[in-house]
Design a protein around this ligand. Structure first.
Ligand code: GLC
Length: 572
């Protein structure tokens, strides 16, 4: 069938005033059709775009309680649009007792008063859409809060109609827990309920009982939650701990982990062989995709992203087989990868090779659970990492504050809030250090709040903030903006093919190509000068962008990379 096109650039380009060297047509299927020379390429927004994760407690406080909120996010939407991202994912905002800061949901269809109201949410969505930004929510299907009305009923008696909505089991013959499963936050994953004489299962805190997804009524209720938010207009969901959702039906013991050491945290004592990544989870993911697909038929595609910490070969099935599952199973490999050129090249090649046909890649450098990239790699390499993230093939997800080069913030003991830290202190497992407030300017509390922030700010906030760094062309914020502009201006970067280039020493180099458009990305992952022999076609290419101010040094086919320098070369 002939694709209908309208010669109108989508609003999200026009409103932000971008000049792009391509003409854009919006097709009848609401995907964007890029025309560059004779090349026609179709890319949905979630492939060409860049996602930005907001931890809502820490983004912007609008009501002076030291905690960020939805109206605060609205205040900062212009700043996000100026940064050049395309979609926002907000960590949970639902009603919650906050035992795990919103990942313990008491009502999936309401907003917690700390964050605002449903009306505030609608306003945020409208304001985001008015700026051409998509908005994704965090769906937490594996567990609820123990205060959720469903669990309150389930706990009330063994005969309650919702008893089977959660995972209740009798004690082992010795009276102990039904098996050896360990909570991800330490301790047994089973909690004794004296009143009804059974244990319930919780993969995380005891305040987060796991739902029984084998029960069709649970599936119906949770599908209704997806519809509730899709009906309001959200553009998709990040799905919390997707691979945890189904456990082996007979609850056998997990095998011990032979590599376990105390510093790893108690959860790693056993391998989560029976408690996660069970075959039946794929039908659950496919059913969610069907729901998202039903909404996509009436507008831009609604997207599902799965939080899945698994090795690559076990990650790929979450794209789906005969039935589609999530659009993007999060690829967290860069967070823990050895920061070494050959190892990274292998990791990238292996990931690309493992993708199923039609599977679109994605990359992540950090999130609200993992150490920040600047803490792991240092400030100089954080810039190189930014270039890597934004030039690899696939959808990048940025974590708020990484564009400022925020590092992990040391939290004094009396200010620790994360239950992960409080339950297993001193192992470095706590997540408060990566959840500290965003710094907007040099005013009181960095413009985040008029009150004392719920977590301390980084010490250098008077200079490490958006307002100051936006004025400094050498800042990491300026680099992020340039990279995002470059992605937008070059389809080769946003959606083009990828090929590694021969390189040696600390250099990781690759080509991105879209039709006639070819670019070279060369990254020096070390602190010494490095050289790269460019391919013939790239000889004499002028640099488009460097992570270090000052012109990159190229003579013919010889590229000289300064210590910690990454460059993009684009033929004129
Ligand atoms: C996910 C979230 C994490 C949370 C956990 C339990 O891993 O990212 O923050 O603690 O799920 O919901």
């Amino acid at each position: 069938m002939r694709r209908q096109t309208r010669s109108i650039a989508p609003l999200w380009y026009l409103e932000r005033g971008f000049r792009v060297p391509i003409s854009l047509f919006k097709g009848a299927d609401h995907n964007f059709q890029y025309r560059h020379g004779s090349v026609h390429m179709i890319a949905p927004w979630w492939q060409a775009g860049v996602i930005y994760q907001i931890y809502p407690r820490s983004f912007q406080d609008s009501d002076g309680d030291g905690i960020g909120d939805l109206n605060g996010i609205v205040q900062r939407l212009d700043s996000l649009a100026a940064l050049g991202i395309d979609a926002i994912w907000i960590s949970p905002i639902y009603s919650s007792p906050m035992a795990d800061f919103g990942y313990d949901v008491a009502d999936y269809c309401d907003v917690d008063p700390r964050f605002g109201t449903l009306a505030d949410f609608d306003e945020l969505l409208a304001q985001a859409h008015a700026r051409g930004l998509k908005l994704l929510l965090d769906f937490v299907p594996n567990h609820t809060s123990d205060r959720h009305a469903w669990f309150v009923e389930s706990q009330a008696s063994r005969t309650n109609s919702r008893r089977d909505w959660y995972l209740w089991r009798d004690a082992a013959p010795d009276g102990g827990p039904p098996n050896n499963w360990i909570s991800d936050f330490g301790g047994s994953a089973w909690e004794w309920d004296g009143a009804t004489g059974q244990y319930y299962y919780h993969a995380f805190l005891r305040e987060q009982p796991d739902l029984n997804w084998r029960n069709p009524a649970v599936q119906v209720a949770m599908h209704d939650v997806l519809r509730f938010w899709f009906d309001r207009g959200v553009d998709g969901f990040r799905i919390d701990v997707l691979w945890h959702m189904i456990k082996a039906a007979d609850f056998p013991d997990n095998p011990p982990n032979p590599a376990w050491q105390p510093g790893m945290g108690e959860m790693h004592r056993v391998l989560q062989f029976h408690s996660a990544d069970q075959p039946e989870v794929h039908a659950i993911a496919a059913a969610m995709r069907d729901i998202a697909g039903g909404y996509s038929a009436t507008g831009d595609e609604r997207v599902l992203i799965g939080e899945i910490y698994l090795p690559v070969e076990r990650l790929m099935p979450y794209y789906g087989g005969e039935r589609a599952e999530v659009h993007l199973p999060f690829n967290f490999q860069l967070i823990d990868a050895p920061w070494e050129a050959r190892a990274l090249a292998r990791l990238i090649a292996d990931y690309e090779a493992a993708l199923p046909p039609g599977g679109w890649p994605n990359w992540v450098l950090g999130n609200h659970d993992r150490p920040r990239v600047a803490a792991k790699r240092g400030q100089a390499q954080a810039r190189v990492a930014a270039m890597l993230l934004l030039t690899l093939r696939g959808t990048p997800t940025l974590y708020y504050g990484d564009e400022l080069g925020l590092s992990d913030v040391a939290i004094p003991y009396e200010r620790v809030r994360d239950p992960r830290e409080l339950r297993e202190p001193g192992l470095g497992l706590g997540r408060d250090p990566v959840r500290t407030p965003m710094a907007w300017d040099a005013s009181e509390n960095a413009g985040f709040s008029t009150a004392r922030p719920w977590l301390p700010l980084h010490e250098d906030w008077p200079t490490r903030n958006v307002a100051v760094m936006a004025e400094d062309p050498a800042s990491i914020l300026a680099l992020y903006r340039q990279l995002l502009t470059a992605r937008r201006a070059h389809p080769a970067l946003a959606i083009g093919d990828f090929a590694l280039l021969d390189s040696a020493g600390d250099v990781l180099a690759y080509e991105r190509r879209q039709g006639a458009q070819r670019l070279v990305v060369a990254l020096n992952l070390g602190a010494q000068v490095q050289h790269l022999d460019l391919p013939d076609w790239a000889g004499g290419c002028p640099p488009l962008l460097s992570t270090i101010p000052g012109p990159a040094q190229i003579e013919g086919r010889a590229l000289r990379l300064r210590p910690n320098e990454g460059v993009i070369l684009a033929p004129a």
